[in-house]
Design a protein around this ligand. Structure first.
Ligand code: DGY
Length: 324
């Protein structure tokens, strides 16, 4: 089968793709224009896709030969799953293998924001650290005993909650599409309505799957309900947060700070006003960027391809109903 891989992945995955039934199409060039990418898709039957190209109805109309897409990501917000399912195109993602790495990133951003780490680091680098020690400067917040509000208590949210509970003795509240009684018991976590999450949490960490319905859920109205000492952490998708409203909330001190690994536009434009704020820490979408997680993602994405090519169900299929 013709399998299009748009970017080289770690060796663990490349080795699996070296399979007698796979004719691998791997362009020499790393950065393809949309037109180039699409022309490779048109020539293929299966895709292992790295990145955020949109798999929408237009795509499926233009590439009717595609039978399966293995995503090199846990998120699948860039795929029209209903459309893929209607056309019996199998979609797989890479859950679990990146949960630790992504939760570590959320945990890091929470601490960076509590202590204004980027801002203070910049001071040292720019030579504007002028007073050796000042009792009143550079003051951040302690996290011990503060309440963590998890928005989306799935695999990554659970890992973040565990870290916060055991490192900082933080009580856990969460809001989710469904209650998770097992985790409630294990972490003594409390399910709360969305508004209560906003009003009660000292740190809100976003871990839900993103859909268009949640676009700008964290907006001016939400920020007004949050504590003025609260920290917002987002390692899920930039679309959850209205960045203009976040900026306003931070400059008017409606919120203490924000730690973002994802932004509405990626890469974040250099003129984003958020970059000028002391209480904002922004990372370049590195949630899963550890050697371990990327090896795991490569292996899992390739295993999904191999399973499909061999006529078996993909192990981490997102739309299993295509098989029913
Ligand atoms: C994921 O796996 O969803 C990461 O955010 C990379 O897109």
């Amino acid at each position: 089968m013709k399998v299009f891989l748009n970017k080289r992945i770690p060796e663990e995955g490349m080795q699996l793709l070296n399979h007698k039934d796979i004719e691998l199409i791997l362009p020499k060039k790393e950065l393809l224009s949309h037109t180039e990418w699409l022309s490779y898709c048109k020539k293929s039957e299966v895709i292992l896709n790295v990145g955020k190209e949109n798999f929408n109805r237009k795509f499926f109309d233009e590439c009717p030969n595609i039978q399966a897409i293995a995503l090199y990501s846990v998120g699948y917000d860039h795929v029209d799953i209903a459309e893929a399912t209607k056309r019996k195109v199998a979609i797989s993602n890479t859950p679990d293998v990146l949960s630790q790495a992504t939760a570590d990133t959320a945990f890091l951003l929470m601490q960076m924001t509590a202590r204004k780490a980027s801002f203070n680091l910049e001071k040292v680098k720019k030579g504007t650290w002028t007073t050796a020690f000042s009792p009143l400067d550079n003051l951040g917040q302690e996290l011990t005993g503060k309440t963590l509000g998890v928005f989306g208590l799935g695999r990554i949210g659970y890992e973040m909650a565990k870290k916060c509970k055991y490192a900082f003795d933080m009580p856990i509240i969460y809001h989710n599409r469904r209650r998770n009684e097992k985790i409630e018991q294990e972490l003594n976590a409390t399910y709360v309505p969305f508004d209560a999450l906003l009003t009660s949490a000292d740190v809100i960490s976003i871990h839900a799957n993103y859909t268009a319905k949640e676009n700008h859920l964290f907006n001016q109205e939400a920020f007004k309900k949050m504590k003025s000492t609260a920290i917002l952490v987002n390692t899920a998708r930039g679309g959850f947060v209205n960045e203009q409203d976040l900026y306003e909330a931070l400059v008017t001190k409606t919120l203490f700070g924000a730690g973002l690994d994802v932004t509405e536009i990626e890469p974040l434009p250099i003129d984003s006003p958020l970059l000028r704020l002391d209480h904002v820490n922004i990372l370049p979408h590195i949630g899963s960027a550890t050697i371990q997680a990327r090896k795991g993602m490569a292996r899992l994405a390739a295993e999904n391809i191999v399973a499909f090519v061999e006529g078996n169900p993909m192990p981490t299929i997102v739309n299993p109903t295509i098989y029913s």
